[in-house]
Design a protein around this ligand. Sequence first.
Ligand code: A3P
Ligand code: MG
Length: 258
Amino acid sequence: MQYSSILPEVIKVADEASTRVLHIYQSDFKVSYKEDESPITAADIASHEVIVKGLRNISQNIPILSEEGAQAPWEERQRWRRFWLVDPIDGTKEFTQRTGEFTVNIALIEDGEPVLGVVTAPALKEAFWGIKGEGAHKRDRTGREHRIRVAELPDTIRVVASKNHMNDETRDFIRALGPHKTLQAGSSLKFCRIAEGHADLYPRMGPTSEWDTAAAHAVLLAAGGSVNALDGTALRYGKEDVLNPYFIAAGNWYIPRP
Ligand SMILES: Nc1ncnc2c1ncn2[C@@H]1O[C@H](COP(=O)(O)O)[C@@H](OP(=O)(O)O)[C@H]1O
Ligand SMILES: [Mg+2]
């Protein structure tokens, strides 16, 4: 499959979803709570609907797994060699707190690997995309597009961490790094900050689901970075359990084995 030939259409779908999301963000929206007590708004649903429709237009035959869609049973999912993995809004808490740090995420998975990813931050007017082996790009708030790449290792490591889901394990890991600077960012933007060279490391010793990380993982990979579980193996997608293991996303950082 020629990923570069479908990329402009995937960006268009993400942009359409972003426009809908932003419209709701700027309105007096209502917040409801799912069974797991995580928040959901009309923007999550609207974004999901725009993306599913758009991706079906691009490819009739590639199945879709979305945070807000009905999940196909494992008997079916385990046969998917290639599928779209979607988080219509990552950082719903950021959305409801109106920090602007939420994203729309679309990834294409092939044999467990994120080979294409598009991440948009509607309120920040930023977009990131990447294709395995073909590099990553950012569109900034002025509309200018440019290639991005992870930074060379700086003297002081810049660590990016969750605002809403910080925990003791992640804090201990960061402390053990020694001298470092800390940046905060919401949602999958943390991976994108590494991909564009503004941060070096994102340790996540806490739960996330496959849709939270896949698109930004693809961007970071394409920009020269990595996302590894604590045993050093790359994060993979399309598992029976959609939860990710704890991970370390990094630019040019050497991860010492325990
Ligand atoms: N207990 C838990 N189980 C699964 N995922 C969790 C979780 N706590 C937080 N997350 C995930 O962390 C994401 C937010 O990350 P961050 O704190 O880095 O912004 C949430 O994305 P959603 O907003 O899409 O639900 C959510 O999926
Ligand atoms: Mg999410």
